[in-house]
Ligand binder design. Structure first.
Ligand code: PLP
Length: 374
């Protein structure tokens, strides 16, 4: 039986063209990029070309892109270094951030005694922009750390609005764009954010590769020290195959963006329609205008039925999750939904469906039929 994969926010399949490029680099280009002889210089050139290509995708300069191992590393580094090296005394964020951001903030608060303010989340899962503006009027060195697209619900932050507010009040703006890079256009010349974070495995690239964008004026210090790789910003021998694979995946994602976005939006809308038709009382968590690849649904099922739901879907070959992949085995309610659902709704089962370009209507039909039989 084929696997029906409806968990593209957890990770994505790797584009075949990416595998091909990576295998080529692995088998032919083994030189250490720090070595000065020819095969080393060739590996270095592969990395620098990938950097240019990635920078072009978001309209950044190549020198503003630093490679990391994943989104978690990028978020940890920026939050830590902003406090340690840039004199930040206050962080404004939310409790619906991914745990790698949330726990980085709580950890740095413990270590440095900085002030942390979590914005209120409205019942439609959006942040309170007015509260943010008001807080920014206070004259304090501040980092605003707000994710672009929420990984559980798909809530979209208005990046331009927050970037403008931060610029006006001289606050730094860090955004976790792990769920949106490769899935929507970015132009960092236009959107004046200071830091953004990406992870290749969310846009059909390899796991173990990511990048951060750091606006030129912000000079961070490294979290990992040692050699002079990445201009001394992140020590450790680079992984040319990972970086080349990530750049290829991002290029392809943007080449295919219009067609994939259209297809995925149509599938998401079809799935929503079918759920409404077949499950009386189904609700959609979030504001109804969530990101085009995510549907977080609240099912009118009893707790007994809910307990078996994921297990039964899995047996029938359907991969979906309750929330973020790192927590999907947990029985605790989602820390994201807990911020805006009523106590009553929080007890009901929620499922996150996240679609990709390989999904089909037939798969949605099978999912609906299977869910009916649970
Ligand atoms: N931020 C968000 C919004 C995510 O969805 C994830 C992964 O699920 C991460 C950060 C962590 O990224 P990585 O898996 O590359 O560490």
């Amino acid at each position: 039986m084929n696997q029906i994969y409806l968990d593209n926010a957890a990770t994505t399949s790797v584009f075949p063209e990416v595998v091909e490029e990576m295998v080529k680099v692995l088998s032919e280009d083994f030189g250490n990029p720090s070595s000065t002889y020819s095969i080393g210089r060739h590996s270095k050139a592969l990395i620098e070309n990938a950097r240019k290509s990635i920078a072009k995708c978001i309209n950044a300069q190549a020198s503003e892109i630093i490679f990391t191992s994943c989104g978690t590393e990028g978020n940890n580094w920026i939050i830590r270094s902003a406090v340690r090296d840039l004199g930040i005394k206050r962080i404004i964020s939310t409790k619906i951030e991914h745990h790698c951001t949330l726990y980085s903030i709580l950890q740095i608060q413990k270590e440095y005694g900085i002030e942390v303010v979590f914005l209120d989340i409205k019942p439609n899962s959006e942040v309170d922009y007015q509260q943010l503006e008001k807080l920014l009027e206070e004259d304090k060195p501040t980092l605003v750390s707000l994710m672009h697209v929420n990984n559980e619900v798909g809530t979209i932050l208005d990046l331009d609005r927050v970037a403008e507010m931060c610029e006006k009040h001289q606050a730094l703006f860090h955004t976790d764009t792990v769920q949106s890079v490769g899935k929507v256009e970015f132009d960092v010349e236009k959107t004046k954010l200071d830091f953004m974070v990406a992870s290749a495995h969310k846009f059909h690239g390899p796991k173990g590769a990511g990048f951060v964008y750091i606006r030129k004026k912000n000079i961070l210090k490294p979290m990992i020290v040692g050699g002079e790789q990445e201009k001394g910003m992140r020590a450790g021998t680079e992984a040319p195959h990972q970086v080349v694979g990530m750049a290829k995946a991002l290029e392809l994602s943007y080449e295919r963006l219009d067609q994939d976005r259209k297809k995925i939006t149509e599938l998401r809308d079809y799935c929503k329609e079918q759920l409404e038709k077949n499950f009386e009382g189904v609700k959609f968590n979030g504001n109804g205008t969530t990101f085009y690849n995510v549907l977080n649904i609240l099912l009118p099922f009893s707790p007994e039925k809910a307990a078996m739901m994921l297990f039964q879907l899995d047996i029938k070959g359907i991969a979906v999750s309750r929330g973020s992949a790192c927590q999907s085995g947990s029985q605790k309610p989602s820390h994201v939904l807990a911020e805006f659902l009523s106590d009553e709704d929080l007890k009901k089962p929620s499922l996150r469906l996240s679609f990709g370009h390989t999904n089909t209507k037939e798969e949605i039909d099978y999912f609906i039929e299977t869910l009916k039989s649970v």
